[in-house]
Design a protein around this ligand. Structure first.
Ligand SMILES: [Zn+2]
Length: 294
């Protein structure tokens, strides 16, 4: 029960989230590295979760039967929706950058272990970039004993999300620990020499993605613009309960998917099947995910 409560508190603004309890599956490798021009980008696995298809999370406006039909059409089990939680480690010159931090040790997030397996330590992280302040993206900022996980890092959070986070009573302890590290920015700002934040409306007040560029190569971390590589791409017009503003979330999802598909842009999506790096490909009226091979 305790585990259920903790997990419920986290996969997001999942205030709706008794649906989030449930089974954890650990079938993903710890890390996978890709090369974007001169930049080394490593997907780090934090956790895999199976959410019940109960019509309360994805496709909240259509109910479980249409969701089950979409899952079946993709050859996936229809009773559960699998969502990974992953983060991106970016090595750019002498900067060791972590984009999002997973659920944290209190929720059995394995991000730090994955980082260590990839050959790096938390102390080596110079910058943490946060896409938004849901628990599955910031929980890993604090250790099991309540200390800064990345003590030498500047933690960059968009101003609207930092303001919002400080209104959440349940996050007060985390806020206190990370406060000395936090540096805010305006969505759209260039936050590192090769990384620009991209405003993505609807999910949280200051939800951003990150465009990482090296010469002509680039990868776009679309953050939580899309959650399920199956449902969010087959039916981008369906609402997701995690979005603060569901209509804006739908509009953002449609725009992002249309643009990255049209440009055949390499993306990282933190909740797609690990490593979550690949392409959005048009299929029939909508899209499918095509994992990249490096
Ligand atoms: Zn998320």
């Amino acid at each position: 029960m305790m585990k259920t409560l903790i997990f419920s508190a986290m996969l997001a603004a999942c205030y709706t989230s008794n649906a989030l309890a449930d089974t954890t599956v650990t079938d993903a490798p710890a890390f996978k590295t890709f090369h974007i021009g001169k930049i080394e980008v490593t997907a780090l696995h934090d956790k895999s979760s199976l959410l019940p298809n109960d019509g309360k999370i994805l496709g909240v406006d259509v109910g479980e039967k249409p969701v089950a039909d979409v899952l079946a059409a993709a050859g996936a089990p229809t009773g559960k929706i699998k969502l990974d939680v992953d983060a991106l480690f970016v090595k750019d010159g002498n900067k060791n950058i972590l984009i999002d931090t997973g659920l944290g040790p209190s929720a059995q997030g394995l991000l730090v272990q994955s980082l260590i397996k990839s050959g790096h330590t938390p102390e080596q992280i110079t910058d943490v970039l946060i896409t938004h302040v849901h628990r599955d993206h910031i929980g890993g900022l604090v250790t099991a004993d309540g200390k800064q996980t990345f003590p030498n890092a500047v933690v960059k959070i968009s101003s609207p999300d930092w303001a919002w986070l400080q209104t959440m009573p349940k996050m007060a302890a985390l806020v206190n620990v990370i406060k000395p590290q936090v540096k805010t920015f305006t969505p759209g700002d260039t936050v590192m020499p090769d990384i620009q934040s991209v405003p993505l409306q609807g999910h949280t007040p200051g939800h951003v993605g990150y465009q990482i560029t090296s010469g002509k190569a680039r990868i776009f971390n679309i953050a939580d613009s899309a959650h399920s590589a199956i449902i969010s791409l087959a039916k981008p017009e369906w609402a997701i309960s995690f979005d603060n503003d569901r209509a804006e979330g739908i509009a953002n999802r449609k725009t992002v998917l249309k643009e990255v598909a049209a440009d055949r842009e390499l993306i990282f999506a933190p909740h797609f099947p690990f490593p979550g790096i690949g392409y959005i490909v048009p299929k029939d009226a909508h899209y499918v995910f095509q994992p990249a091979v490096d």
